[in-house]
Write a protein that binds this ligand. Structure first.
Ligand SMILES: [Zn+2]
Length: 279
């Protein structure tokens, strides 16, 4: 049975894009980080390792987080310092500065990147160059389907070599591997199926069929889940518009159970462990 890839986007209650826009002068004190042990327990009891895409400022707040993640056999990777969309960076230099900060916080352990809200596209592809310059080995920011907030419906679905000139398809000269997120066909349309809102909202059998379909093709299914979705008890409920509330919180209390069913039935591992075996 081939292995699939699990990425945990480790961020706090004030990081998700749909919440950020409602914040005014609230004290931004991390709370979701207190759920880390529960997430580590979930992975341990299901013998799964994962890549933690961490928002860097959380490591400044609580440096011990990194030891807990690494000592449990997981990988640490970069999700920007403050959960900033790539198109909201002033310049490539600002991103390079954050990469440097994160490298210092993690003792140069991070080799992978995921863009907040999957915001990598042709206008922000300088990020790939910046990652190359810092000897990163992979990116996992491409969703090969269109959603309301992101997506590249024409991108390849199996891992490929990405470059700043070729975000959606293999570039033979690319230095970074891209691990695109799991997608599937639903009512004739390509939709994301690799976690988050889609795990919470779609019937589990659709997600499971999507993974089986990839397994048949020999493609790893790349999954993402947010730390706050697995530990909603540490997630304060902010008043949002009806639509934003639905996207952010719908079925949030069922995520843990659904994720556990998935990792119990299919084999998942971190991206670094996977790439060591395959490449
Ligand atoms: Zn994120």
């Amino acid at each position: 049975m081939n292995k699939n890839l699990l990425g945990i986007d480790f961020e706090d209650w004030f990081h998700p894009e749909l919440i950020k826009k409602y914040l005014r002068n609230e004290k931004l004190e991390p709370k979701v980080i207190n759920g880390l042990d529960k997430i580590l327990d979930l992975l341990r009891k299901n013998e799964t390792s994962a890549t933690f895409f961490v928002v860097g400022e959380l490591l400044e707040f609580k440096p011990e987080l990194i030891d807990s993640i690494l000592e449990n056999g997981h990988e640490i990777a970069f999700h920007t310092m403050y959960h900033t969309r790539l198109n909201d960076f002033n310049s490539k230099e600002q991103f390079l500065e954050e990469l440097k900060q994160f490298s210092e916080l993690t003792n140069n352990k991070s080799k992978g990147f995921r863009a907040p809200t999957f915001s990598l596209d042709s206008s922000t592809s300088w990020a790939i160059e910046a990652l190359e310059e810092n000897e990163y080995t992979y990116d996992s920011s491409v969703v090969p389907a269109k959603s309301s907030m992101y997506g590249h419906p024409n991108a390849e679905i199996s891992p490929y070599k990405i470059s700043s000139k070729s975000i959606e398809n293999q570039d033979e000269n690319g230095k970074l591997m891209e691990y695109p997120l799991l997608v599937t066909k639903f009512l004739g349309k390509k939709i994301p199926a690799g976690g988050g809102f889609y795990l919470r909202t779609l019937p589990l059998r659709i997600i499971k069929n999507a993974i089986r379909d990839y397994e048949k093709k020999g493609i790893p299914a790349t999954f993402y889940i947010h730390s706050w979705e697995l530990t909603p008890e540490f997630m304060p409920r902010i008043r949002l518009s009806k639509k934003d509330d639905f996207i952010t919180y719908h079925n949030i209390e069922k995520t843990y159970e659904k994720m556990e069913e998935i990792i119990r039935e299919f084999r998942f591992t971190s991206i670094s462990d996977y790439s060591e075996v395959v490449f």
